[in-house]
Write a protein that binds this ligand. Structure first.
Ligand code: GAR
Length: 217
């Protein structure tokens, strides 16, 4: 079985990248990382990649002042050269242009730390607490030109608990991100998550879910 070749784009810590590295280490996982690309030379995720023997590249946006097209064309060429089939944004903190998003339409996914379409953008945990929601979580979605928009592939909900602050909530969400991202990649690699208009349809058996209630009944 040939594995789906991933290109992972990072800007920093790379804990979601690590979750993908760990998932790909399992012989039966249907994807492999062909390239990790960072827009920052000091991103810790680059060290994680080197340790795992994965090819890396840095394309620093500051080397392209006022020239986003050239920055993105360089990233695009690097991903193509590595044979990447699916680009995974994993804490990549640059907004991609409609051109780049169009080049990778339905082959570009993102993980976002909220239950979209709630709390697009930054500071999602602070805003979830301020809104008083009882569930928060994370979303993996196909990328469209509008920020944090696009067909939803998978979501994980976590409860907001009494006494939570943004840090404790972020930690709980991050733990769920690390499970959700490899799960979503697997669904795509197995051909089970297919874009249908503005939605993703999941093909094949899906276990029934019980209702979640918070506070519990
Ligand atoms: C993650 O929580 C990810 O969901 C978020 O940045 C963090 C990166 O952490 N992404 C965004 O906010 C994108 N809008 P990591 O570098 O440890 O994976």
């Amino acid at each position: 079985m040939s594995k789906l070749k991933l290109g992972v784009l990072i800007s920093g810590r790379g804990s979601n990248l690590q979750a993908l590295i760990d998932a790909c280490a399992a012989p039966d996982f249907p994807a492999e990382i062909a390239l990790v690309l960072s827009n920052k030379a000091d991103a810790f995720g680059l060290e994680r990649s080197a340790k795992a023997g994965i090819a890396t590249a840095t394309v620093d946006h500051r080397d392209y002042p006022g020239d986003k097209p050239a920055f993105e064309a360089t990233m695009d060429a690097s991903l193509r050269k590595a044979g990447v089939q699916l680009v995974c944004l994993a804490g990549f903190m640059r907004l991609l242009s409609p051109w780049f998003v169009g080049q990778w339409r339905d082959a570009l996914i993102n993980i976002h730390p909220s239950l979209l379409p709630s709390f697009k953008g930054l500071d999602t945990h602070e805003r979830a607490l301020a809104a008083g929601v009882r569930f928060h979580g994370c979303t993996v979605h196909y990328v469209r030109p509008e920020m944090d928009e696009g067909p939803i592939i998978a979501q994980a909900a976590v409860p907001v608990l009494p006494g939570d602050d943004a840090h404790s909530l972020a930690d709980r969400v991050l733990e769920s991100e690390h499970k959700l991202y490899p799960h979503a990649v697997r669904l795509i690699a197995e051909g089970r998550a297919r874009v249908d208009g503005d939605l993703v349809r999941i093909h094949g058996p899906v276990p029934d879910l019980a209702t979640l209630t918070n506070p519990p009944i």
